[in-house]
Design a protein around this ligand. Structure first.
Ligand code: GLA
Length: 733
């Protein structure tokens, strides 16, 4: 299948359906990168390597009379450090003698069926017979620091995964100051970098720019994935479009501080290094110990950005998301946050629930405010027992009544955090991440618990599992509302404090693994002040993530657009909220809000008791439509039809069934004008030879006409009108 070794040329080639990746064990045991791109017949691409004498890029000792092969110019699979490659290095070490070198040389490799796993961290998995693994072992001959490079080949999805393991096979401790997951050397070309930046309430905005001759860094030092820079980037041809051109996506499967470095070097070659951020990171590797990096998912498309996104969508949906809800139809929910904030009691909750049930909502989610003393966001975190003033009889009767209305019940929680004003903090102030003798930063007036500690995790597991065991809770919203700072764990010695940030992330995974293992039927939605931890690792525990705290439909078009480059629609938590919107004050039609929220997991976040009869009717229709289109939206192909970053008069996006049998086109007008231009859109993903009708209309279209000639929309008026067209393939009339 996907991995071949050619002994004579010492070539290792990974093949997927449409791509190939080749490395060569070069003389002196240097593991060189040869090629990543469109699939080619297995051939030795080392004819491309021509070595020249480059001034100030010196050769290896073994080549001292031949000045051409230098680590500083060779394309490599993972770099050594301190030995003459002056580009970004994959690793940074301090050896027991104080030297800062590692020089990795090939030792051997093995090819295995199936997919490797990474201890303690989520990664891409094999559903059975889909994947193969290559492990290449290299070693520093002096310290015997061993590097194992893992490659997973997911043939059908054009995906290659990578991670590294560092094993100290020497006798003295070694400190890792940096250990990247990926190093990818690409040849000189005309590359653009696309990355996904933002802030709270404006996550994953797309920026695309040509690579400069310097090192560009996309990173988070916040101890979390962050709203500010997602751990996903794309390198593409300068000319690449949605439908054409070469592009390569790189996604880190990790939820903590991360760093993507991209360097265009002196010879215009490009190196990408990606992994845990090295700021405030160090890991002490005792003799015999091993360290695993998180995984990086790579995909290459020769056919533009849409195909690249489809590769990531399918991989995340089928090979990263886990559990019962990964593919099962998920319930349409109503969330109480924007309806009540922390101000509610059981009667108010039940009134909202009753209205929601009558509209067809299937899951009621009680958000923040139900526990401890929690009248606003200044207190109570950590006290995960019911607030009896608001819910005098506890959760059980509320849940029972909601279940009797025909809805499931879900609950918000923020387990990683603690308020200073809480019983938990008063009992265990040392459980919070703070540095002794210093005042900590107080994001949202709360502190993070030290989840690197087993005792803290055991406590949380005990409290949360009791809560879940004692109540019929079928959904959890797992929130995290501040960045990590003041990183210091009281249980680790001074020489290991650089490990706390990563150990915190491993602790989060451990707690989530235990809880989702014990309660496999609970649907978990991840959240971090909206989409602050929107990453592939979290998707292994929660198949959906609250996309943003900005619920304004117009803003959401851009946020969901950026998110869609890496992440499928089935992962994007998206709700219809009140108008005027609580974050922006903007007024938009309910119809428009419905169309935007439907391009996600779909739900409501408003007080349905305030809706007019006409609005209630509209909500009923939306829910019925969403259920009808559910599989088309969640399982179909997603197509971006416009680029909202360009501030168009309108934006459009589309879903197409994989067999071309139906499609759903969504269009929202951003700027209504008198005597406006025609909005013409070319449909995608149809059967060009098929015949189609738009539901509710008589005209018969051919697939090729809609795809190449397009479709012209009637003029629309009012603020932010939107249209949703359902196209169905029919027999020729
Ligand atoms: C975060 C979430 C919101 C809501 C509040 C509750 O901001 O993103 O959806 O749950 O917390 O405090």
């Amino acid at each position: 299948m996907g991995i071949n070794y050619h002994e004579a040329e010492r070539l290792l080639t990974l093949e997927t359906r449409s791509t190939a990746y080749q490395m060569k064990i070069a003389p002196m045991g240097i593991l060189c990168h040869q090629y990543y791109g469109r699939r080619i017949r297995a051939t030795d691409l080392s004819y491309l390597d021509r070595y020249y004498d480059r001034g100030f890029s010196g050769p290896l000792y073994e080549y001292r009379r031949d000045r051409t092969p230098s680590l500083d110019t060779l394309p490599q699979e993972y770099t050594s450090c301190g030995v003459g490659d002056y580009r970004i290095n994959s690793i940074d070490v301090i050896n027991a003698d104080g030297s800062q070198c590692a020089d990795f040389r090939y030792v051997g490799h093995e090819i295995r069926a199936g997919k490797y796993a990474i201890p303690g961290m989520p990664s891409v998995y094999d559903n059975g017979g889909e994947m193969e693994t290559l492990i290449v072992t290299l070693q520093d001959p002096v310290t015997r620091l061993t590097l194992r490079l893992y490659y997973g080949v997911l043939y059908e999805r054009d995906v290659i995964t990578r991670c590294a393991e560092l094993i100290n096979e020497g006798t003295e401790p070694i400190v890792l100051n940096k250990a990247a997951s990926l190093c990818l050397d690409l040849p000189c070309g005309d590359w653009d970098l696309m990355h996904f930046y933002g802030r709270h309430c404006l996550e994953r905005q797309v920026e695309r720019s040509p690579l400069p001759h310097s090192i560009q860094t996309i990173s988070s030092t916040r101890g979390m994935t962050s709203h500010h820079h997602n751990c996903f980037a794309i390198l593409c041809d300068h000319q690449a479009t949605e439908d054409d051109g070469a592009c390569c996506g790189m996604m880190l499967v990790y939820s903590g501080s991360h760093k993507i470095e991209i360097e265009q070097d002196q010879m215009e070659s490009v190196r990408v290094v990606m992994g845990i951020h090295d700021q405030q990171f160090s890991w002490r590797l005792e003799a015999g110990a091993s360290f695993f990096t998180p995984e990086c998912i790579l995909s290459y498309s020769a056919d533009g950005l849409a195909q690249l996104s489809h590769n990531f969508h399918d991989t995340l949906r089928h090979n990263v998301c886990r559990g019962r809800w990964k593919l099962e139809r998920r319930p349409v929910l109503i969330n109480s946050w924007e309806a009540t904030y922390c101000d509610f009691d059981d009667q108010k909750i039940l009134r909202i629930a009753r209205q929601a049930a009558a509209l067809g909502v299937e899951l009621f989610v009680l958000d923040d405010g139900w526990f401890g003393v929690r009248d606003d966001d200044n207190q109570g975190l950590g006290d995960w027992y019911v607030n009896r003033r608001k819910l005098p009889d506890g959760l059980a009767p509320v849940i029972r009544q909601i279940n009797e209305m025909g809805m499931k019940f879900g609950l918000w929680m923020e387990p990683e955090m603690v308020s200073e004003d809480s019983d938990l903090y008063r009992a265990h102030p040392d459980w919070a991440l703070t540095v002794p003798g210093r005042k900590p930063m107080m994001g949202r007036n709360q502190l993070a618990l030290d989840l690197s500690r087993q005792d803290v995790r055991d406590y949380l597991y005990g409290v949360l599992s009791d809560l879940l065991r004692e109540n019929h809770i079928e959904y959890i919203k797992w929130d995290m509302n501040r960045c990590i700072s003041d990183v210091f764990s009281r249980l680790l010695p001074s020489g290991r404090q650089g490990e706390v940030g990563h150990r915190y992330v491993l602790g989060v995974y451990d707690l989530l693994e235990r809880l989702t293992g014990e309660f496999p039927d609970i649907l978990v939605e991840n959240c971090a002040g909206g989409g602050g931890r929107f990453d592939a690792a979290m998707l292994a525990f929660s198949p959906q993530i609250w996309c943003s705290d900005d619920t304004d439909a117009v803003e959401r078009v851009r946020i969901q657009y950026g998110t869609s480059f890496g992440y499928p629609v089935s992962t994007m938590g998206s709700h219809v909220s009140a108008s005027p919107n609580h974050q922006t004050g903007r007024t938009t039609p309910l119809h428009t809000r419905g169309i935007v929220a439907m391009s996600g997991t779909f739900g409501y976040e408003l007080d349905p008791t305030t809706l007019t009869e006409a609005e209630r009717e509209e909500v009923r229709r939306q829910i019925a439509d969403f259920k009808r289109y559910y599989w088309l939206i969640q399982d179909g192909r997603y197509y971006r039809l416009t680029d909202p970053m360009k501030r168009n008069d309108f934006d459009a996006w589309q879903f197409a069934a994989r067999d071309g049998s139906e499609a759903l086109l969504n269009l929202i007008v951003n700027r209504t004008q008198a005597n406006a231009q025609q909005f013409r859109i070319r449909w995608k993903g149809l059967d060009p030879d098929g015949f189609y009708r738009i539901e509710g209309e008589d005209t018969l279209f051919t697939g090729d006409a809609l795809m190449y000639g397009g479709y012209a929309f009637p003029l629309m008026s009012g603020d932010y009108p939107a249209v949703q067209l359902h196209l169905v393939r029919v027999e020729e009339a």
